[in-house]
Ligand binder design. Structure first.
Ligand SMILES: C[SH](C)CC(=O)O
Length: 269
């Protein structure tokens, strides 16, 4: 019943993802800065949030999620970002590749490939969509790598073969991170490196890089989303720069059929 306040329609709940995600910290800030006192941010996971979105969307029911591009949900559902006049979520973000200090010295070949890794929203979207449609992430990655050897050759140009040298890559279960992590794993393995993946929450991912227990990550969102983690650990980290630039954005997202909700300010009770 769209005549009721949007808060009543969604039981004053924003459907979030894993508690350590930067988008969750940003949403806590938004709730404070926009005075959304009645609102609660529900913690879950990337997968649980998209499952809830699908359920609600199929019924054309209202839902407000913590959302971001690149993400396959924008291909599957007709969604819009709520305007953020206080710019709590920041402007365009970039997704960076980061390694632990010393990795370049220990493993120059793998570090060069990670440094040269860069791709577009469209590239990542193809891998994410294949995974969302049921393909295993490693299969979706292998298929993309096979079809895009021209790009992969740019990433591996001038890099030494691995000869079994190990690379430990950490990631968080965000669809965009799963895509980039599995693609770079495939490329490193094709170059003879032994790659182990470790899936953790955002906090432990940065902690693991800073204490040297893992080597690299391809899903650091800067300058806003992961600023708190970057500021805390940057003395032990090396930023290899963006692997995806342009179009990365976070915020509150709703289905376009919620016509009367267009700004975060519209959520105020
Ligand atoms: C892929 S999500 C925007 C990352 C995060 O919120 O920490």
């Amino acid at each position: 019943d769209s005549s009721k306040a949007v808060g009543d329609q969604v039981d004053w709940q924003i459907t979030g993802i894993d508690p350590g995600a930067g988008i969750m910290q940003a949403t806590d800030r938004a709730i404070k800065e926009y005075g959304l006192d009645k609102w609660k941010l529900k913690q879950s996971s990337g997968a649980a949030m998209t499952a809830q979105l699908k359920r609600k969307y199929q019924q054309k029911d209202p839902i407000i999620i913590t959302g971001w591009t690149p993400h396959w949900m924008f291909q599957k559902f007709d969604l819009k970002f709520l305007k953020d006049p206080k710019n709590v979520y920041g402007d365009a973000e970039a997704i960076h590749t980061v390694t632990r200090k010393g990795f370049k010295q220990d493993n120059p070949g793998a570090a060069k490939i990670l440094d040269q890794f860069h791709w577009s929203q469209d590239d990542m979207g193809k891998v994410m969509l294949a995974t969302a449609d049921g393909k295993k992430p490693e299969e979706a990655a292998k298929e993309w790598v096979k079809k895009n050897q021209d790009k992969v050759k740019e990433w591996t140009k001038g890099a030494k073969k691995g000869n079994g040298k190990e690379v430990k890559i950490v990631y968080v279960a965000w669809d965009s991170a799963v895509a980039s992590t599995n693609v770079i794993k495939t490329v490193l393995e094709d170059m003879g490196y032994k790659v182990t993946l470790k899936q953790v929450e955002a906090g432990p991912a940065f902690a693991g890089l800073s204490d040297g227990s893992v080597d690299a990550i391809t899903c650091v969102w800067l300058p806003v989303t992961h600023k708190s983690y970057w500021d805390k650990y940057k003395s032990k980290l090396v930023d290899l720069g963006p692997n995806l630039k342009g179009g990365a954005k976070t915020g509150l997202v709703v289905p376009k059929y919620m016509k009367d909700v267009n700004s975060i300010e519209d959520l105020k009770a």
